[in-house]
Design a protein around this ligand. Structure first.
Ligand code: LMR
Length: 397
């Protein structure tokens, strides 16, 4: 009976949000969960999403189930957004999209597929990675292993990463963050990606790209560069795409698993399995968010409006990164924290220790993950000086 059920600690990211909400400090600052905030501190619904929702509410005829792979309009738009309009892989019918409840659902579906259809393959994660990667793939029954990513000096360790990948058993799966690495913010350069591709090809590894921040790094097209490079160069690639951040659809749970197979026939075998596993996991995917994304991507006006807004979000985060480093200059800390301006996406591995993070939380109501990860997209431009002062105090005391 339930008496035997042990209590487990709360989720490291969502649990922190609860602590933040319960903190009475009026000057508190949430830099925990990866959610974009505008200058007013709100997480906006993009205008294109609102317009598409209005259109949908007028035109939607039924709430009957969508198919196992989800909304075809969404699939068509997302495949092009991720793989590119000129994609040879798409032209050859080698890529398919299976809608899932968010990027997390897509990752779980990928985990199920690998565990059931490619047994014996371990999955290799960057050290560190998004904590849910660790638990999610283990829950799917996969053996989880690690390759180095950031050294003790809080710098991206490309040599360590390549050396370990070169020793990964042939056939294993390697999880790669397509852009805006979560939690560190350190991304690979095009030259780094080419070196990783060579190792992946030589060891015959299966790349699984987690693509949760398209548009938040350097731009929609630029951020897809590595995914497209690998997709065009290799016979088999998996990509999980999330619309949570770039469409602001967080709670609508909108994402997809994109499978690329060696040929169109092989793709259909893979898709039959994905539909079967999705049926066991969630039956059919939620409709609303995907219908909205499908409308936006299929309509030039809505798409343009969305891209402008996304560009604005990306520029704002980049500005906050530079602003924070500038604010730290007052305390002689610009050099020490210069990496914050070089990292990409929502997150920064600040290099602050767990003890420093806990002091910031207790003394200033500033909430970071204990690993030192800060959600830069949650910063308030008006309070960068206040934050810099707090950081200066905990690093120099
Ligand atoms: C994060 O890492 O904060 C985001 O990906 C949100 C989440 O679900 O954890």
């Amino acid at each position: 009976h339930f008496g035997q059920v042990a209590r487990v600690p709360g989720d490291p990211i969502l649990g922190l949000l609860e602590h933040f909400r319960a903190d009475p400090n009026p000057a508190k600052l949430d830099l925990g969960v990866g959610v974009y905030k505008d200058a007013a501190g709100r997480t906006p619904i993009p205008r294109a999403v609102k317009l598409a929702e209005q259109r949908l509410s007028d035109s939607e005829q039924s709430k009957s189930y969508v198919g196992g792979h989800g909304d075809p309009l969404f699939a068509e738009g997302l495949l092009r957004l991720v793989l590119g309009h000129q994609s040879a892989v798409l032209g050859a019918g080698r890529a398919g999209c299976t809608q899932a409840p968010g990027g997390t659902g897509a990752l779980r579906l990928a985990g199920e597929f690998i565990a059931r259809c490619l047994p014996g393959r371990a999955i290799w994660l960057s050290q560190p990675t998004w904590p849910i990667h660790e638990t999610l793939f283990a829950a799917a029954g996969l053996e989880v292993r690690h390759y180095p990513y950031v050294g003790v000096d809080n710098r991206f360790d490309i040599e360590g990463m390549l050396a370990q990948l070169g020793r990964v058993p042939s056939g294993d799966v390697v999880l790669l963050h397509a852009c805006c690495h979560n939690p560190t913010g350190f991304d690979l350069s095009p030259a780094d990606w080419r070196r990783v591709l060579e190792v992946v090809r030589a060891r015959e590894l299966l790349p699984l790209f987690d693509f949760a921040y398209q548009g938040f790094g350097d731009g929609l097209e630029q951020d897809a560069w590595a995914v497209r490079l690998f997709s065009e160069a290799l016979p088999e690639v998996l990509v999980t795409s999330s619309c949570s951040k770039n469409f602001g659809l967080y709670r609508e749970r909108t994402g997809a698993l994109i499978a690329i197979a060696a040929d169109a026939e092989g793709l259909q075998d893979v898709r039959s399995q994905l539909a079967a596993h999705a049926r066991n996991l969630w039956s059919t995917p939620p409709s609303h968010g995907a219908a909205v994304v499908g409308l936006i991507l299929g309509d030039d006006t809505l798409r343009g409006c969305w891209q402008n807004e996304l560009d604005g979000m990306r520029r704002r985060v980049a500005g906050l990164r530079m602003g924070l480093v500038e604010a730290l200059r007052t305390y002689g800390l610009a050099q020490r924290f210069a990496h914050i301006a070089e990292q990409r996406g929502m997150f920064s591995y600040t290099g602050l220790s767990a003890a420093q993070v806990l002091r910031l939380r207790a003394e200033d109501g500033v909430y970071l993950l204990e690993t030192g990860r800060a959600n830069v997209a949650g910063l308030d431009a008006e309070r960068l000086d206040q934050l810099a002062a707090a950081i200066a105090r905990v690093v120099t005391d």
